[in-house]
Design a protein. Sequence first.
Lengths: 458, 510
Amino acid sequence: MTTAVNIQNSARELITLFYSLAKSMQVYDVNNDVVQNAAKKLSLHVTELFRTLPMAEIVLYRDYIFFNKQRLRYDVEGYVSLQFLEESMKRLRIKNLTFMPGIAVLELIRFAGIFKGSKNTFLKAYALEKLKSIAIDFMTTEDDLPEFFKDSERVKKTYFKALKVTKNLIQNLWSRQPIDSKGFRRVVYALVDNLSRDEFGLVSLTAIKNFDEYTFNHSLNVGILSLAVGQRTNLSKKGLVKLGTAGLLHDIGKVDIPKELLYKPSKPTPEEWETIKLHSAYGVKQIIKTRGLDEIGVSALIGAYQHHWNYDGTGYPGEPKTGRETSLIARIIRICDAYDAMTTPRPYQPIPYLPSIAIRVLWARHGFYFDPLLLKVFIQVLGMYPTGSCLELNTGETAIVIRQNFGYLDLPIIQVILDKNKERIKGSIVDLTTRTDIKIVTPVYAQKYGINPSTYFV
Amino acid sequence: MEERANELVMQMIKTIKALQMYGKSHPSYRSFFAPFFQKISEFLKEYSEFSLKVDRFTMAYADKVIYDEAEKDTSISFRLFRDGIRNITFYEGLTEEELMLFTETISQPAKEQDIALILWECDFAHITFFVVEEEEEPMSYVLPDTPPVDIDYDAFIRDILNREKIDINVNLNPILVYNELEELKQEIETEESRPQLPKAINILIDFLNTEKAQEIIDSLIGLLELCINNNDFYNARRIVHKLQTYPEIKPLERFENETTVTGFSRLCDPLDDKSFNEFVAFIGFFSQKTIPYFIRILTLVKRKERLESLMQRIAYMCQNDLAPVIDFLAGGNVYEVINAIGIAGIMKNRAVIKHLNALAVHPDARVRSALAQTYAELGELKKVAALTDDHDPDVRIKALQMLTLNQYTRIYPELLRRTRQKDFKLLDYTEQKEIFSCMVANGDKKLTRLLEKMLFKRKLFGAKAYRNMRRLAAMGLSQIGTEEAMKTLQAGLNKKNKDIKMACEMVVRG
């Protein structure tokens, strides 16, 4: 029996080799050694694959690539080739791509050769080539429907349960009541599991901003965003648990800051800021109390203490280190915390930054406040127009971003909510990667039109 | 198939029970585990998977109950069921390590542990399990309202862009290029393999710089134990050093017992140099009451340089208090006596001399040798000189060496006298050499002439027997190293007498 792990590895290898072949054919002539060698390697791997598998089926489903019914995870190593495959399949409107036993080197070369250009040229070339061992199913209009709506209940359930558990934890600490550490740990695991199944779905829920329950929502959002960045950087499962726990608990020291100060409606005075800044150090005490100092607790402690340390060595508390001397976990949380804080209404900041502007503010400070590489990963997760963003379109309509498109940071999936006359409509869902005629003009506040964006993606 | 599944579960239960009873390093456990792994591997090879349905007190294979244990404390199914596990499936490809980790995990007795979480953390490649969450009320949520604010939103955006100096129309390029991906991958690998504990210790120590908090102190004491167990003496030392700020806190108190200190003995030889030096520095924080334990473990240290380092450290720990050392001087264990003598020498506290004197007649020569060294360190050269008359050559040699290192001119006439005695020739060459070296170190200006005479002495009879004396004289001249002495040796090289020539060649040309 071929195991799940073997399938993942074989599939990644197949895609990497196919990517090498396709890329080499964009540069070299078909008879060039580079092309021939890349094709031979691919052929050998495919032949090896068919010793244990009846076929090799690659399916583009929602935003994910599946290989023989198993979802392939994006990691740092296979990122480029997997991204290439997904982009190409989307561009060429390919839903299923199946390699069958007996496939020859020449067939692979011919197929890789036509795997470029537009959908129309590909369709014509594919019809002409008559490839016997490569079968393709193209997308239909039905496939354009965003099916992720259909089964997002589980992700939502996890999100709201996590919110409840986080809220209970913080409230219990506030009121000096015992905490449910088992429940909290299980929530972290549930988040990690759900994230691996539907990253965009879970991340999109971080766009829910709650003015009244800022502390709880913020903790959870930072936890989820950190996990998403961690997943993209290919952290191990245990590494993700550490990161997720650290993200959820990063602000736990705030339970030792007077509530009237945290919820003060006006901007804190410099002295009050100094008190608020103590939360990083207080977090250390709270984590020791709530989590103990096992491996995961230690990571959470580091996250809580260092999450206001800037990449350039400024920040607080203690003596911040520069660059990568600061823990990876803290550098990830630093970005996620800043983003969520900027985009969430708070007592002294009732109108937050627009998500797309917050992304640009972060970018403007990369290398100063934020780790530049991790910030790039963060933007890959959220996109240039994060879910929940309200956008003015060149059509005169207004839309809400309801989903990201993997590999297309500035072309999300949107739903039109206002017509040209700014009348509310239940408009169509549009994948901007497939509609080159529709352009984003500018991001705007949904509140301008009295709209709560969460209602469109939750 | 059912019969084989039944047999397999029984083997699994036996393995788990053996592990619970004897621990994982016990042969009984291994004797159960090996056939379990073999049987399950064969089963999986044939059927690809082995799936067990878990109920409150039972486990079933293909809907047939093959395990039934209703006693909550011992029932393995109850242990799994309690934490929500309803199914466990093993797949072909299962490795020995995975199966061992699995059996170890589910045999853990701790009642507070969440077995579902622990299994989840194991991240098995060939074992899956299904967990049900506790019953919950149906999901309900109310989306928060966005509070209406009476402002010009577009102007507000312009204001932010101006304030942040951002042009919304400029394209960003947040794509990770290959090198960046590699860099990130490398960092993740490093980060995942690097222990985080030192960072946590830094934080806790930093914290104490601003506030004395009992939780932090307790945590540091907890981490101290972890550091000691992990042989991380650098961080252990940092913790103790920091906690010394608070005199009422005795972080090492719980480790200051004979069992713990004896446990250190197994580290002294195998530790790498850096860790050993950290260890030596660390034990300097231990209180004086532990000195006897440390002196005892010295007898187990094989590496000489490490033994010396430890003795130096113990001498420092004594803080000039001889009491713990004196106790050992009168002890029956020769090695402990020798080490105690050594430590007394390092301490340079002359009050110990009266306790040492009795050891000059100790039956063991090694004790008297150690005494020679310690006397020398204490400046008691007359007593060292007395040991050059010891009946044991090793003691005499040690005493001579000490007098060579520490000038004691009064010994010179005595040594000269000995070289002229007939029985000098009967001494071992090593001792003869030490006598000459000691003469050179303690002799007067006439020694050069004297050695010259010895070197060039004409011997009509017994020339062969006199060869050693010529060699010793040449060696002495070489050690003196003055212009005059070197001229004599050069002259010796031109002598016709082969013995003289050879003696000089040996020292001049090596």
